[in-house]
Write a protein that binds this ligand. Structure first.
Ligand code: Z2T
Length: 832
């Protein structure tokens, strides 16, 4: 550690500009005004939370001014709108984000300092809005920010869950789930819109009417109606040039109370309808890549799809007055199949409400929708039992049958129309009870279907959508994911951002591709020393956090090897743990060797019902307990599991990571987006050729990334030969010893057979090919050690990683969607 320490490098700061005193005074007065009149507290009695609310409300005022202008301009110009339908928006905290994008951060920090308040303390009291499970929900949040940054007139539509993703606690090494309560102290960012209420129908029956011209008309008479209430959150783009709306729906009963029941003494029964209705927006389903399958989930999906379509059709009609121009003025993006019922809903609206002929309606629907697929895992593909759909959405089931009949009639004329082919193409899966394939519905109802990385989009064409692709070749396109640099560079790593803007100029966040200008500095030792010093300060800050939260002391000069994401077998946390155990055994056996001090950092949640994933969490914790207290290890290896991984924890960990673990079984991670965040912030990646890792390799070059393991093709070939791990284990003494120590209870002495099921699965049924990739992973980790000894070479690679990440800005991703899927203009931000 002879690198010069940059003073206070982790302290968020420093655009280098001193804010003007008059502006600071004005902001200070506004905050005081909010504290008094909106929070109703005096300076003397205000808690940090009160200050947070007052500060949020004062920046919200500024946002609202531009918001109204943005809405007005879109109206006047008659621009085409983009509607992003997503059951998840993993927003995280908004205070620093709003201040950053409104370019008020330094002034507000100074104003609060005058009041004796630390902005960083306010940052920490804001609840982390976790209305999503992982990558898919965070992508939606990054996209909302980039759409605003690029001045696209966009709305996000979703559900205002009372309770987001569960809070995770670790007790005796095991995950416990607690309800999350982000709204309990109120939400300063949202506006309830009491005038915006839509009825959403369920169940009931269909009446057939005969029109004067003899045509038949189907009229759905719902048996139950739930109300959808709108709550709007403004989303500020970079430099505040444009503000969009995130509109989330809350469910309410049509009648708050059944007075007849109440008056007859049935006080609980009087509230039954309310409980049933409001349960729809009560809680986010916590499965990440596995569908929930329950009736309540289908009710959530239809509830928000119907409310959103009613809202956007109402807007379209009031602006343009002709439903037939919908596709010219609205682009609707389906974030996975969760909102796919919207395809049938739009057909219902066009055919039943507006009396548009079927074929014309279908043309409008296809031209309006597009669909993003986020996984190929076969068990993750949403299907709904026909009887459930029939009961809950009888008219939609009719519409789906008709879409299917016309589709199969068309493809049935082809030369290769075998029974098996028609069965594969059908909207109805008949293989285990009749079920509606939502992926097929989304595919047929869209003009474009995209995957989220080059590899994933290619695999879509040969796996789940092989047959549909052959019917409509060219429909599948790729839009590689991206991340917003405002949050994941500037807000998470302000000191690194300052260093980078010194080199490339302060338009870095307007156009991320100028990061390329940093590349020559990879060989400039004055630069790399400052870069390394900033990274070290981030590691010191993370070490303090780890000590506070779990009481483990870390060495900031150790290699921080980080694996943070949802816990899933395909993401192979267990492969990482096996390497950890192998090195632990070697350090103990050969403590005299010169070991690289290393910290293994894990974090992530397991779906509450995913037993194996929960056992993996427990194993990581158990290994940590044994390793961290072993005297012969002498702190050369530490293993920590940080509880309750969420967006704000990611913002602390990523800028302090040296090594980014992206080690999924090739072909299984659709893209990954954490991989991009790490590489941007200067971690080197150890990863498989999977998802967007492939494109990261292309950008940074092979010498600057650690790639190992089977390719997606090799994985497929290997699986056809069988998935037993026995051969690989027999070939590798290291692997068999690591497995043996886990199986025999070295890490669970109080229950020696605790991990027998995990080890047995790897031995006999290794679907994720952990054993097949172990040696390659182990050896590549040794390459990492070698590189780490040569710090100059390490930091050179890190700088090259940062400088080549510009392409992974979600501004680039959204520009591609705008041009190639939505057909809407974009206006890049810029200094005005
Ligand atoms: C999710 O986060 C992802 C896929 C899903 O499939 C569901 C959820 Cl909740 C239904 C992730 C992918 O696993 C990840 O590779 C990708 O980067 C991310 O979506 C965004 O596309």
């Amino acid at each position: 550690a002879d690198a010069p320490l940059v003073a206070d490098a982790a302290a968020p700061a420093a655009t280098g500009q001193v804010p003007a005193a008059a502006e600071v005074a004005e902001i200070r007065d506004r905050i005081l005004e909010k504290l008094k009149h909106s929070v109703s507290k005096s300076v003397g009695s205000a808690t940090p939370h009160d200050w947070f609310i007052a500060t949020a409300l004062s920046v919200r005022d500024k946002i609202v001014e531009s918001w109204l202008t943005s809405i007005d301009t879109a109206k006047k110009t008659g621009r085409k709108r983009v509607y992003y339908l997503s059951l998840e928006f993993l927003i995280g905290r908004l205070l620093i984000d709003a201040l950053t994008n409104m370019e008020l951060i330094d002034q507000t920090r100074a104003a609060l300092a005058e009041l004796g308040v630390d902005l960083e303390a306010l940052r920490e009291v804001e609840p982390d809005a976790a209305l999503g499970n992982g990558g898919l929900g965070r992508l939606a949040a990054c996209f909302m920010e980039s759409m605003a940054t690029l001045s696209i007139a966009a709305y996000g539509y979703g559900i205002r869950y009372d309770h987001g993703l569960f809070r995770q606690r670790i007790k005796d090494g095991r995950q416990l789930e607690y309800p999350e309560d982000w709204l309990s102290y109120g939400n300063p960012w949202e506006f309830q819109r009491p005038e915006l209420v839509y009825g959403v129908g369920f169940s009931g029956h269909i009446e057939t009417q005969t029109l004067p011209d003899g045509e038949l008309k189907q009229v759905w008479m719902p048996g139950e109606t739930v109300q959808a209430l709108a709550y709007d959150t403004p989303i500020a783009g970079w430099r505040g040039a444009h503000i969009n709306t995130l509109r989330l729906w809350a469910a309410r009963a049509a009648d708050p109370l059944r007075l007849d029941k109440f008056n007859s003494g049935d006080h609980v029964g009087a509230l039954m309808d309310q409980v049933r209705a409001e349960s729809i927006s009560k809680v986010l389903y916590p499965g990440d890549t596995s569908p929930a399958g329950q009736e309540l989930r289908l009710r959530q999906e239809y509830f928000f799809a119907s409310a959103s379509l009613q809202d956007l059709v109402r807007r379209h009609m009031s602006l343009f007055g002709d439903i037939k121009t919908l596709a010219d003025k609205a682009a609707i993006q389906l974030n996975d199949t969760h909102p796919a019922i919207a395809v049938a809903e739009l057909m219902h609206i066009l055919v039943d409400r507006y009396d548009i002929p079927w074929n014309k309606s279908w043309a409008i629907t296809k031209a309006t929708f597009s669909y993003t697929n986020h996984t190929l895992l076969p068990e993750a593909l949403e299907t709904w039992p026909v009887p459930l759909m029939e009961r809950l959405l009888p008219r939609h089931m009719q519409i789906i049958y008709l879409i299917n009949a016309l589709h199969l009639e068309k493809v049935g004329k082809g030369p290769d129309a075998s029974g098996a082919r028609l069965a594969a193409l059908s909207l109805i899966d008949e293989s285990h009870g009749r079920r509606v394939r939502m992926g097929h519905l989304a595919f047929l109802g869209s003009h474009k279907v995209n995957g989220v990385s080059a590899l994933h989009s290619d695999l879509m064409k040969t796996t789940v959508f092989r047959d549909l692709e052959s019917v409509e070749p060219g429909k599948i396109t790729n839009k590689t994911n991206g991340i917003t640099f405002r949050r994941w560079l500037k807000e998470a790593n302000p000191s690194l951002t300052s260093l980078l803007t010194e080199v490339v100029g302060d338009t870095l966040l307007d156009d991320a591709t100028i990061l390329e200008k940093v590349a020559p500095y990879a060989d400039d030792s004055a630069f790399t020393e400052r870069y390394a010093a900033i990274r070290r300060a981030n590691k010191v800050a993370l070490s303090a956090l780890v000590r506070d939260r779990i009481g483990v002391k870390l060495d900031p000069d150790a290699l921080f090897d980080v694996h943070i994401k949802r816990i899933h077998e395909y993401k192979r946390q267990i492969l990482n743990i096996l390497e950890t155990v192998a090195i632990f055994e070697e350090i103990r056996a050969q403590s005299f060797r010169e070991w690289i001090p290393r910290v293994k950092i894990f974090a992530g949640k397991a779906a509450a019902s995913y037993t194996t994933a929960k056992l993996i969490i427990q194993l990581a914790n158990d290994v940590g307990k044994v390793v961290n207290s072993d005297p012969t290890v002498r702190g050369l290896l530490k293993v920590v599991f940080l509880p309750n991984y969420n967006v704000s924890l990611a913002e602390r960990i990523i800028p302090a990571a040296d090594l980014s673990e992206q080690i999924s079984t090739a072909g299984m991670e659709a893209s990954g987006t954490g991989n991009m965040k790490f590489a941007l912030n200067g971690a080197l990646t150890i990863g498989t050729l999977d998802g967007a890792n492939v494109e990261i390799l292309e950008k940074v070059g092979a010498p600057n990334i650690f790639i190992f393991g089977l390719t997606a093709d090799q994985v497929e070939a290997k699986r056809t030969q069988g998935i037993s791990g026995q051969e690989a284990i027999a070939r590798s003494q290291r692997l068999s010893e690591a497995l043996e120590s886990i199986a025999s209870g070295v890490f669970s002495p109080e229950q020696p057979d605790r991990y027998r099921p995990l080890v047995d699965a790897l031995t006999y049924n290794d679907f994720f090919l952990v054993t097949a990739d172990f040696d390659s992973y182990y050896n590549t980790q040794r390459d990492v050690f070698k590189r780490w000894r040569d710090k100059k070479s390490w930091w050179r690679s890190a700088v090259i990683n940062t400088s080549n990440m510009g392409w992974f800005s979600s501004d680039r991703t959204i520009t591609e969607y705008a041009q190639e899927i939505w057909n809407v203009p974009t206006t890049p931000p810029g200094r005005n």
